[in-house]
Design a protein around this ligand. Sequence first.
Ligand SMILES: Nc1ncnc2c1ncn2[C@@H]1O[C@H](COP(=O)(O)OP(=O)(O)OP(=O)(O)O)[C@@H](O)[C@H]1O
Ligand SMILES: [Mg+2]
Length: 311
Amino acid sequence: MLPPVPVVIGVFAGVAALVNWSFNWNKEVCDKKWINFNEEGLKKDIQTKLFGQHVAAQVILKAVTGFIKSKNPKKPLVLSLHGSTGTGKNFVSQLIAENIYKNKMRSNFVHLFTATAHFPHKAHIDTYKIQLPEWIRGNVSICPRSLFIFDEMDKMHPELIDSIKPYLDFYDNLNGVSYRQAIFIFLSNAGSTMINEVVMKFWRDGREREKIQLKDLETELSQSVFNYKTSGFWHTSLIDKKLVDFFVPLLPLDYKHVIQCGLTEMAREGRVPDKNVVKKMADDLIFFPKEERVFSDQGCKHIANKLYFYI
Ligand SMILES: Nc1ncnc2c1ncn2[C@@H]1O[C@H](COP(=O)(O)OP(=O)(O)OP(=O)(O)O)[C@@H](O)[C@H]1O
Ligand SMILES: [Mg+2]
């Protein structure tokens, strides 16, 4: 015998409610379930996964932790990461995102812009200048704890950088939206020549790399970025208005860091890490200075792909 109609309707309604509930339960929203800073996790990740970057490690950990724990920040956190290729700029940004957002880099509240991919045409700069601030405003109004990562900052048009400047400043709110919980991370190669020179000088003077401190680099770094003619920072007032809270230098990686990256990569691929294999690969990489072969020209970039030839 068929069940009475009200029972069938009741069952359908129940199933629909359950589906709706499970959909909403899994839907990322701007609350503590989805955004929950893991201070210990970030510390552990930076200490164990990020190689050869003691200066950046210390600055980033303090800056991010201090900012997120602050009850009443006066402005958004603005970090500018500088270093040559493959030193870990994207990698460390990823570690930050992973320890704030449950959905990591896939979170709807994490926005990665790459200058050449998102803003490729100079001719469209006027459109970008409208779209980008609007995107930032829209997203911060949905979720104040949003993370914006701008890659290839040195290739961003200065006018485009200028267009986001108000959001990095000390305003209480702009048109009813407060940006004080947001985090902006700029990545670039600008200043890397100067960073590499300082690190090389330490090495030539026989001084330990670990003795390099932020103060050995920070002032010169902001100066050299400012004077870097092809850099997007050029003639913008990001620097002279002091909107960047920390200039973070990433040091060139040396032989032992490349080995560490290779071993990590093998483990990540589910293989038994084999030092001989990784050494063979490292021996074929380019290091500078040419004679002494101390610093890796491409950092740890491309190691994942190169390793296959040596396994
Ligand atoms: N310091 C590091 N410690 C551990 N792994 C690293 C480090 N630097 C780079 N890597 C590894 O190399 C890969 C490439 O590095 P990443 O993309 O962060 O370089 P980048 O500094 O952004 O370079 P580019 O200037 O070319 O964009 C990372 O995904 C990571 O696996
Ligand atoms: Mg990068």
